[in-house]
Design a protein around this ligand. Sequence first.
Ligand code: PLP
Length: 482
Amino acid sequence: MTDASLSQLTSGAYEQALQVIESVEPRIAAATRQELADQRGSLKLIASENYASPAVLLTMGTWFSDKYAEGTVGHRFYAACQNVDTVESLAAEHARELFGAPYAYVQPHSGIDANLVAFWSILANRVETPTLKRLGAKNVNELTEADWESLRHEFGNQRLLGMSLDAGGHLTHGFRPNISGKMFHQQQYGTDPETGLLDYDVVAAKAREFKPLVLVAGYSAYPRRVNFAKMREIADEVGAVLMVDMAHFAGLVAGKIFTGDEDPVPHAHITTTTTHKSLRGPRGGMVLAQEEFAADVDRGCPMVLGGPLSHVMAAKAVAFAEARQPSFATYAQSIADNAKSLAEGFLTRDARLVTGGTDNHIVLLDVSGYGLTGRQAESALLDAGVVTNRNSIPGDPNGAWYTSGIRLGTPALTTRGFGHDEFDRVAELIIEVLTNTQPGTTKAGEPSKASYVLADGVAQRVQEGADELLEKNPLYPGLVLG
Ligand code: PLP
């Protein structure tokens, strides 16, 4: 099918779908139309967002949403799951092929769910199974109350070492307010205070001293690649399970930009991911595992999950099929190339970047040199049609709410077709906003970390500059709504 006829079909499908929605709750139809207009009309630089294809999006809007299918393929606790079995098998097969993984579990509803499945699989494998064996029990139901209590105590007495939030780790990597920081005794590793880079010797020393059951690698806001072979060596030395959360950079793994030591899948015991960031699929999660952990991961339901979202599993299958096309490798290479262009665009304009640059899809801009908090910068940029998110930087004096950084990512605008020149211009537009923004004051005239004053005319000028780029690189070209 040609691109033009596909666009025509897509336009028809969405227009008709919106009319159906309109007949029930017009405000939702209106908000859906407005969301498309807003996404089309702004520079989306949120590193964790993307634009899924119409095929992926349309796959989610079907009657698979209505089906319960607790269990696994061919082993369901509900009747009439034959079509869900087809969907789940296909999604898992595509995932195994795409990532060269022995085992793929595609049921997690989100990245957090995927990490919960991983944590409890590790506990099942390393704590529950040996305990049951020792006690001669087949499963936990056969344990006496006293044995069950002691197993519960064991579950609650395990250790996790992960990257700290301000160094770029995720909430689920042992951050105290998150369940991962409560169900485990946790310690965190950071980055080198001078360079902002991971120091594997420091991670190894912490691991030797702390002796975690789980070593977590992966990040949400670290603008560099990680050597997962080294992380596995560290895990092996202390008898830990290496869990890699590749939620952010799964697209770069799928596109074979991260290979060898930088590909987590062959090195980690368990790899988790979201499917909606650089991988460009539907919102969801997934767990990949080595054979040793496959049976444990397979128990995600009932361990921590209920019924899978069959419509989303179907969309995962479609997205993975897309990611197996050669064009996805080209896309992934462009994500990384564009991040470099964006970083260069900032550096040539004297901005300070955490780690001094990037070699993945993230650029972390320190805005303190402009006298701003991340919160002020994020708000001023939004006024000009530039959508970013504020982010802590290592050792951030402004904490996780106000922050001193802005995190930028290239996956979404790369999907729109932006290249080197466009990203250089994006850097220029962002610097124009930052250099024309002053910190504001509270109503009482005190210095504020939230309010800001953007010089007259700048928002409009920058939005016009953004519009020029956006119009040349339309989102969902050919998709026309009435
Ligand atoms: N893991 C990492 C590294 C992430 O960056 C995120 C989300 O930002 C998640 C997990 C959680 O994903 P979700 O929002 O789908 O639960």
